[in-house]
Write a protein that binds this ligand. Structure first.
Ligand code: HAM
Length: 422
């Protein structure tokens, strides 16, 4: 029986892999322009990091983590997200001693044991960015600016930025009281998950996807109703910055996000037409997280976007991606001596940056030409006994359909002058 890949995972091959490379290049470019450095943290971490960081009451920690005991009986978890790891690395490597705010970005696989559906995988990839050590609303605005600018550059249209403030621990305790008072009488009608949330994390009831819960919470007090003065001021300054640079957003008072670490700013970017899983980016401020995992009190804010969902939007909107396929050379050597010469030549050309293929299967000329065609080769260099004797190489231009004899000692110059991608 054929062994299949695990449910909720993907093989990324061929043209799709080129699209990923294109996106990754654009990400690296924009991150460097905004002053972010790359961080690569381990793919697995101590389970406790996510329990403390992401929060015991979240679906991610409760239901979705890939957790196992390693051979040393340590509880290990495949990372379900990147923020907790970045904060752990910040503390462990004393990055707070560097110039602040520290701006870090990452790209890589995340793991959540979710019910799979279109746009929802068990191994998926995030591009994320975190800014540590900056509390000013201008930091929030610059983070959202990067996201907005990135989507503009990719040529995406019709995206919606949803924005909210979930307040700080002070105003949140007031919100909790008001919310519980409001829902007390309706508690029994809430879904099972929300009944648990009622005690443990009532704010999450606001974004329950259950229709009944949604109707029960239609007039409910939101975090915006209970913001303290400082949080209100922070939120309104953020909005004025966004307006100054023309970023359009919608205030969504029910946006509370599925991770426990958020304070104040919370946001998501939604895309139409890719199905129910339409959040292509989510993020917010997490001013208590670094302290929570044992570091000095440090404000933080960041986001992550799902690469698979991003690609789905690019495909759906038929955005042309310039997948510059390189012009390649195939050395079609015929006979033992020619194969030896061709093998030597292939190394020399590659050393000069010319992409070279060689027939490795001992095919005849006709089949080598077919191979060149399937591989999208631009120039075929034909070397047989006759060419060896005359010290020449026949260069066939597969695009123009013509061919010429080029002296062997000038072949490198000839190709360097003619190949477009060099
Ligand atoms: P999140 O909202 O859980 O936030 O995930 C961010 C994005 O990752 C989502 O908007 C979505 O595009 C993608 N995503 C999440 N789960 C899946 C899945 N199962 N399949 C495919 N794509 C998925 C976080 O992870 C936070 N760490 C973001 C953050 C960074 N907040 C502050 N800093």
């Amino acid at each position: 029986m054929i062994i299949q890949r695990p449910k909720g995972t993907q093989d990324i091959i061929g043209k799709t892999a080129l699209k990923w490379q294109y996106l990754e290049n654009e990400i690296r470019k924009i991150c460097s322009e905004y002053g972010y450095q790359e961080i690569r943290t381990p793919i697995f971490e101590a389970t406790e990091l996510f329990q403390r960081g992401v929060g015991e009451t979240t679906d991610i920690v409760n239901k979705e983590m890939y957790t196992f005991l390693d051979k040393g009986q340590r509880s290990i978890t495949l990372r379900p997200e990147g923020t907790a790891s970045v904060c752990r690395a910040y503390v462990e490597n004393k990055l707070y001693a560097q110039a602040q705010p520290l701006k870090l970005y990452y790209l890589g696989p995340m793991f959540r044991y979710e019910n799979t559906q279109a746009g929802r995988f068990r191994q998926f990839h995030q591009f994320g960015a975190e800014v540590l050590g900056g509390e000013d609303p201008l930091v929030d605005a610059e983070v959202i600016h990067l996201i907005w600018e990135f989507f503009q550059r990719l040529g995406l249209k019709g995206l919606e930025v949803h924005l909210n403030s979930v307040g700080c621990p002070n105003c949140r305790s007031e919100h909790r009281i008001q919310l519980q008072n409001y829902l007390q009488r309706r508690k029994a009608d809430l879904c099972e998950d929300c009944q648990t949330r009622f005690e443990r994390n009532p704010m999450r009831i606001l974004d329950c996807k259950n229709k009944r819960c949604q109707s029960l919470t239609s007039g409910v007090p939101t975090t915006l109703d209970t913001l303290c003065n400082d949080c209100q001021e922070h939120f309104s300054q953020l909005q004025s910055y966004l307006k100054i640079v023309g970023i359009q957003y919608k205030i969504n008072p029910k946006l509370v996000r599925g991770l426990d670490y958020y304070q104040r700013t919370a946001f998501e970017v939604l895309a139409e037409g890719i199905g129910a899983q339409n959040a292509i980016c989510g993020g917010g401020r997490y001013d208590g997280l670094v302290k929570e995992i044992g570091g000095p009190p440090t404000p933080g804010i960041g986001f992550a976007m799902g690469m698979e969902r991003l690609l789905a939007v690019l495909d759906m909107q038929k955005v042309e991606i310039d997948l510059e396929t390189e012009e390649k050379v195939l050395i079609a050597a015929l006979g033992d001596k020619a194969r030896q010469e061709g093998f030597k030549l292939s190394g020399e050309l590659r050393r000069n940056g010319i992409p070279v293929l060689m027939d490795l299967l001992g095919r005849g000329l006709k089949n080598q030409m077919k191979y060149a065609d399937r591989e999208g080769v631009r120039y075929v260099l034909i070397i047989g006994d006759e060419e060896l004797a005359k010290d020449i190489i026949i260069v066939r231009d597969m695009k123009l359909g013509d061919q010429k004899e080029v002296p062997k000692e000038t072949i490198k110059q000839y190709l360097l002058q003619n190949i477009n991608n060099i």
